[in-house]
Write a protein that binds this ligand. Structure first.
Ligand code: OOG
Ligand code: NI
Length: 267
């Protein structure tokens, strides 16, 4: 699979549960913009057949290489970022995993029951990254227990493996001078942005500024026949700045990412 085909399939799956991404992309196109993706992100469970370590070879197969590692103590996560080795225009990839063994025992037991349903050989090609649920639909009771301790765990159990967000590269926009102008256009259109720690995460001094919508909500039918509106996926916007050496910063920042994760919080 070429990385272009990979992103086409990934976008298809993502927009099915994230209609705002399509309508925001249409908005940019009405401004005459060509929308280029800065990066996409995935979430997964450690100690499972789809752990970061087991997924990574599929990114390598697409031509990617890891170039950064991150740790989020409070959210019990670790992550790595990947860039394409020979096409600088390919979106970067941010892959995080939940350190399940750091959660309370009741959450570990719940996750253990779902993860046990994943075939041990589930990962054999890049399409695993848009496979969705690899376990039975969770119960609402399990969802609520997980959400108390980890919004990430609750999200992943209901949504499975898929792009959690795509990210518009503000650097490639021509009619928006900066991230503040992008945010204002979105607010004017009625989109709800993540304001954890302020609308803009990061600063020019840290070479990366980011903002994101709050995730769309989907009407989810849980295994116990309970229905509820729950967060699906969101859209992100990133403006990168030049470092003193003249190069554009191309990695990620823990302090920013920590807040971007909250874009799928239920409240
Ligand atoms: C990833 C959050 C981090 C970024 O750009 O820093 C991130 C997630 O929500 O899964 O995307
Ligand atoms: Ni992101």
């Amino acid at each position: 699979m070429t990385y272009q085909d990979f992103f086409t399939a990934l976008w298809q799956k993502y927009t099915q549960v994230t209609p705002q991404a399509l309508s925001i992309q249409t908005l940019f196109k009405e401004y005459g913009e060509q929308v280029i993706n800065d990066h996409v992100a995935f979430r997964t469970f450690n100690n499972s057949p789809i752990s970061l370590e087991k997924l990574e070879p599929q990114l390598i197969a697409l031509g990617y290489q890891a170039y950064g590692a991150f740790r989020f103590e409070n959210k019990h996560l670790k992550a790595r970022c990947y860039r394409h080795t020979d096409d600088s225009k390919a979106p970067k990839i941010f892959l995080s995993e939940l350190l399940v063994d750091e959660l309370p025992q009741d959450c570990q037991d719940i996750i253990g029951r779902y993860v046990a349903q994943i075939p041990t050989d589930a990962v054999h090609d890049p399409s695993i990254f848009y496979a969705g649920l690899l376990w039975s639909t969770p119960t609402h009771a399990d969802y609520l227990t997980l959400a108390k301790h980890s919004e990430y765990a609750a999200w992943l159990t209901t949504m499975g493996l898929q792009a959690n967000h795509f990210t518009v590269s503000i650097n490639h926009l021509t009619t928006f001078p900066n991230i503040a102008a992008v945010n204002q256009a979105l607010i004017d259109q009625g989109y709800v942005l993540n304001d954890v720690g302020g609308l803009i995460k990061g600063s020019p001094e840290s070479y990366l500024e980011q903002s994101s919508t709050m995730a769309d909500k989907i009407d989810y039918l849980f295994a116990d026949q309970q229905r509820s509106l729950i967060p699906s996926c969101f859209y992100e916007f990133a403006e990168r700045h030049k470092m003193p050496d003249g190069q554009i910063f191309d990695s990620f920042i823990e302090g920013n990412a920590d807040k971007i994760f909250d874009s799928t919080n239920a409240q």
